[in-house]
Ligand binder design. Sequence first.
Ligand code: NAD
Length: 488
Amino acid sequence: MQSQLSENAPHFIGGSTTPSASGAILDVDSPWTGQKMGEVSVGKDEDIQNAVQTAREAFKTWGSTPVKQRVQILYRFKQLVEDEIDTLAKLISRENGKMPAEAKAEIEKGLEVVEYACSIPNMPVNNILEVSRGVDCYSKLFPIGVVAGITPFNFPAMVPMWMFPIALALGNAFILKPSEQVPFTPIRLAELLKQAGLPDGVFTIINGDAETAKAITQHPDITAVGFVGSSKVANWVHQEGTALGKRVLAMGGAKNHLIVMPDADMDITAGNIVASFTGCSGQRCMAASVLVLVGDSEPVFNAICEKASQLKPAENIGPLINPAAVERVKRYLDLAESEGGKFAVDGRWYKADVEGEGYFVAPTIIDGLNIDSACVKDEIFAPVLSVLRAKDLDEALEIENQNPYGNAASIFTTQASNSQYFIQRASSGMVGVNIGVPVPREPFSFGGWNQSRFGIGDITGIGGIQFWTQSKKITQKWSARSSQNWMS
Ligand code: NAD
């Protein structure tokens, strides 16, 4: 069990921690104990104006600093993060509730993006062609200015690191609005960026709630907004931001389908599926949520249930983020029961034992549902797996295609022909074969489809380079002769 620790998370403006001008704060509670563990400042108009003004000043120099020089700071930042990775993992675990090993893995995933950003100076990202006699056209990437990222509670380090390393390497001044539920890790990352040599004002944190995020989305001097969170909010940020002429990429929620073929390898499949729906207590946008069993897949299903029922909250599964999340699970499990669901693994035993001791729930697998059941349609964001059955792969794909989200989907099979058929037809931006959490490693971009993403492109990899820059197209002619015009 985590220790209780009092902390506060101010803003980080102009290279210094800064409390809200208004003094507004919110409590931050520990998911492990339900007790208050600290306070977070809530950014209001005056704080945001101050932050944007400071970032605009810093951008003037940072935006024209050579990229090779900019990434030296990111190399040093990566080393500083690695030096204190265990402490950072404990910090993430304490405020978010995931197990320390899961927190460490999150930091390592974030550092992959830092590595990618460090390699930008060595990438031939600009094109040059001789388009006519003696005439060259080339394109050059430029930063867009003061940009912002608004991030969710479930990855306090990794999701901010999807955005700021690439945005900073490319010369932007970056303002982060972390989730008010996990504000402590981002402040430490800001301090490490400063320690690595980042000039003051280039990286800013404005803490706060939905109102703070709205004010950032609407601020006229913020030219681009990256958002990660639930679909409803992602849709709003995208609509509002683009209506105001900004560039917006907003990643939303998910309902990931995992399809099991009768020929699937039992151990690989059971291990991957259980890890996928229970890892980080199911609070991952890449978590398995609907299991589609094709034909006779009973032996694999039994192995999945067996494995899942061995997991114990607080021992190998952390708590959910807050009491509302626990209530949401209870509501969906009640609904499943009323809709005729059968609890193949029943996590409801757990709640009676630990009332008041943190926000724990146990893994639950519900069979006997249909495609219209609430547990099959909605994002629950907890270790709950809903099971559907299909007579063949076509029917399984039809189920996957019908769901409005499109973050991830996986197939478990030992036949390449099944896998090819699935890859071609799954309606998700990230698909896996015999992998429960098919997160691409950089340089392959992270990004879903459909209601899991609002805007164009992906948030990391080449998608990140395109999102955080604008290109200038240059046409030049040297040694001009008066007898030739540029079209000759
Ligand atoms: P959330 O949408 O409640 O909050 C995300 C951010 O938006 C926070 O910083 C919050 O302060 C702010 N916010 C909340 N309400 C707002 C509003 N009305 N207007 C403007 N801003 C608002 O999400 P969450 O609960 O923190 O995170 C969980 C969600 O994030 C899940 O739906 C999960 O699937 C999704 N997620 C998606 C991805 C992805 O890449 N697709 C990755 C991680 C998490």
